[in-house]
Design a protein around this ligand. Structure first.
Ligand code: ADP
Ligand code: MG
Length: 216
């Protein structure tokens, strides 16, 4: 069993390119910057989160990192001594028969699930599969609107449309080059001096921290 102290944040959406890895690395970096002992687990065989972690500068707050492909994962997530928060990034197509049972195990273990998506009709339609999967385990997910463009009506529509499916995080993540630039630097946006969206990512972390019972 996991130590009671370890909280597990699962980032989940069966659609690709919605911002799972972006959310995972930014929450992990913000939590580490806030002084928590953080580990990340990359279950996507594409290994994007792993490559981000490998780029992390030596002077950035340390994050422990593990890699275990969802398709090959045979056991529930192992105990992690001395870790406060484990952030798990996941691959696409988790609803598919081959990996669904392992996705279910992660859902069962998660203390909080975040589902990033864009405020587009495509993402709103395709998120239903993820929602069905999460609900089939008796759990709920929190939606995070990502790559949000200023003042588009779709964001209001999406908030309204998603409300019946679960909580929508009170902070939207803007579509900005500094978000992917921070990937190349091995950092979270909150660690980039002068980044415009620092406040958004700090707000996301504060929201996650309060949900998980951490002081932010
Ligand atoms: N808020 C954002 N602003 C700008 N680019 C973003 C943002 N969120 C994600 N991206 C970029 O979009 C692409 C897909 O995001 P990613 O987090 O890898 O999605 P997923 O893990 O769900 O496949 C990546 O190139 C990433 O850098
Ligand atoms: Mg990814």
């Amino acid at each position: 069993m996991l130590e009671a102290a370890v909280k597990i944040l699962l980032v989940l959406n069966g659609k690709g390119g919605v911002g799972k890895t972006t959310t995972a690395r930014n929450v992990a970096a913000a939590a580490a910057a806030a002084g928590l002992r953080v580990a990340t687990l990359d279950t996507d065989p594409q290994g994007t989160l792993t490559r981000w972690w490998q780029k992390r500068p030596d002077n950035a707050p340390a994050i422990d990192h593990y890699q275990d492909s969802l398709a090959e994962m045979s056991d529930p997530v192992e105990p992690l001594d001395g870790i406060d928060l484990l952030v798990i990034d996941t691959p696409t197509a988790i609803e598919m028969t081959a990996i669904r049972p392992n996705a279910e195990k992660l859902i069962d273990q998660a203390d909080l699930i975040l589902t990033p998506l864009q405020a587009t009709p495509e993402d709103l339609e395709s998120v239903r599969g993820t929602l069905t999967l999460v609900r089939s385990r008796g759990k709920a997910t929190t939606f995070v609107l990502n790559k949000v463009k200023p003042r588009v009506k779709e964001v209001t529509d999406a908030r309204r449309g998603l409300a019946g499916g679960g909580e929508v995080a009170p902070v939207d993540l803007p579509d900005l080059a500094e978000v992917y630039r921070s990937y190349a630097a091995g950092l979270g946006v909150v660690e980039v001096t002068g980044a415009k969206s620092v406040e958004d990512f700090v707000a996301l972390w504060k929201y996650v921290a309060s949900k998980l019972g951490f002081k932010s």
